[in-house]
Design a protein around this ligand. Structure first.
Ligand code: HEM
Ligand SMILES: *[C@@H]1O[C@H](CO)[C@@H](O)[C@H](O)[C@H]1NC(C)=O
Ligand SMILES: *[C@@H]1O[C@H](CO)[C@@H](O)[C@H](O)[C@H]1NC(C)=O
Ligand SMILES: *[C@@H]1O[C@H](CO)[C@@H](O)[C@H](O)[C@H]1NC(C)=O
Ligand SMILES: *[C@@H]1O[C@H](CO)[C@@H](O)[C@H](O)[C@H]1NC(C)=O
Ligand SMILES: *[C@@H]1O[C@H](CO)[C@@H](O)[C@H](O)[C@H]1NC(C)=O
Ligand SMILES: *[C@@H]1O[C@H](CO)[C@@H](O)[C@H](O)[C@H]1NC(C)=O
Ligand SMILES: CC(=O)N[C@H]1CO[C@H](CO)[C@@H](O)[C@@H]1O
Length: 273
């Protein structure tokens, strides 16, 4: 079976996700300012206080999860987190659909050989190489060059943001799917050329494009907000997810963006040879 089809073989989660797609289609979107529900951190753009990680705190290769710990929405030390808690806060803070927020933590529990319902983990455990974490990332050096995946590599982030060609109605810079794909193609070509241990299996290409597609679907590609998120791993003041679907960003909808970016990346890579 092809690896992406295999990843999605869980019929139960898929049926659930599809029902959420229908609910999203037939219900009005959430209003601006109400994407985070009342009573939760981030309601009306008021995020709890940001503190960068201290020595000994646990962080991972995911900027969005690190940011939740930096704001104290996940434990500030990044330790002893339950899989359910991770799913819940991703749902509440970023408006990912509950199907996604079960599926990815459950997938993570499996690669850590842990039990989804009763075990806990430290953020650093999410960075296991070639589980979800992979080579040619947009914000991290390859594990071969830097075993510490907990911090962004700022030159990559700045270079990525410099690829932005879009503009919003107020003239602010926007990263488009094609911009991300162009930079991604560059990162893959560089890693392939320079990293003797380079690997990027189909499944990791898909993960990499998924991770990028959150930059579009949750951050709207806005360069200012992405810089804050990717450099400081901080949620900007007043920020809320640009996804206003009532049940959040579904796996199906996310997949469409990921596939678009992946196709464009392949196209840009092909042009280079
Ligand atoms: C649900 C739990 C989540 C898990 C377990 C997770 C895990 C990961 C991991 C392991 C990586 C590193 C992949 C790599 O090597 O590049 C990553 C990257 C990333 N994730 Fe997450 N993530 C989660 C949720 C999110 C959410 C909600 C967002 C956005 C709001 C997000 C945005 C990103 C971005 C932008 C990257 C960077 C990609 C890169 O450097 O190329 N993630 N995530
Ligand atoms: C969650 O992970 C378990 C353990 O691998 C897997 O068997 C199960 O199918 C997953 N649950 C769902 C509903 O996908
Ligand atoms: C981890 O968290 C659980 C509650 O979620 C708590 O019972 C346990 O004592 C904590 N363990 C450590 C080492 O802090
Ligand atoms: C996880 O633990 C629960 C509660 O002890 C148990 O019912 C379940 O079967 C375990 N799941 C797996 C995948 O081992
Ligand atoms: C997204 O970024 C990854 C690195 O995480 C890169 O390898 C992948 O090609 C990118 N996919 C895109 C731009 O869609
Ligand atoms: C990054 O990679 C995988 C694949 O979707 C996922 O587990 C992780 O949550 C991604 N980041 C997302 C979806 O934001
Ligand atoms: C994601 O898209 C691919 C290609 O378009 C498709 O084969 C796959 O079934 C889709 N998966 C989901 C979850 O929609
Ligand atoms: C932001 C938020 O809380 N989103 C959703 C999280 O999951 C619940 C349960 O499905 C939804 O009702 C919320 O809308």
């Amino acid at each position: 079976m092809n690896p992406i089809a295999k990843l999605f073989q869980s019929a139960k989660v898929f049926t659930w996700d599809f029902m959420l797609v229908l609910v999203n289609t037939f219900t009005p979107n959430l209003k601006s300012g109400e994407v985070v529900a009342q009573g939760h951190p981030g309601y009306k753009g008021k995020w709890p206080d940001y503190q960068p990680p201290k020595d000994g705190d646990s962080r991972c290769a995911c900027p969005a999860l690190n940011a939740l710990a930096n704001h104290g929405i996940l434990p500030r030390d990044g330790k002893n987190i339950s899989f359910k808690e991770m799913g819940r806060v991703v749902n509440e803070s970023y408006n990912f659909a509950p199907s996604f927020c079960f599926f990815v933590p459950n997938y993570s529990a499996n690669f850590m050989n842990k039990n989804y319902s009763k075990d806990t983990f430290d953020l650093a455990e999410l960075s296991q190489h070639n589980a979800i974490e992979h080579d040619a990332s947009l914000t991290r050096e390859d594990t071969h060059f830097n075993a510490d995946q907990s911090k962004p590599h700022i030159p990559f982030v700045e270079e990525l943001l410099s690829y932005a060609t879009g503009k919003d109605s107020e003239g602010r810079a926007l990263l488009t799917a094609d911009d991300i794909a162009r930079y991604s193609a560059k990162r893959r070509a560089d890693s392939q050329a320079n990293n003797p241990e380079f690997s990027l299996e189909t499944i990791h290409k898909f993960f990499s494009s998924s991770n990028n597609s959150t930059m579009l679907r949750i951050f709207g590609g806005r360069v200012d907000d992405l810089r804050t998120m990717l450099v400081e791993e901080r949620i900007p003041e007043g920020w809320e997810s640009v996804c206003q679907a009532r049940k959040g960003l579904t796996m199906a909808s996310f997949n469409r963006t990921a596939m678009t970016v992946e196709k464009a990346t392949t196209k840009f890579l092909a042009k280079k040879d």
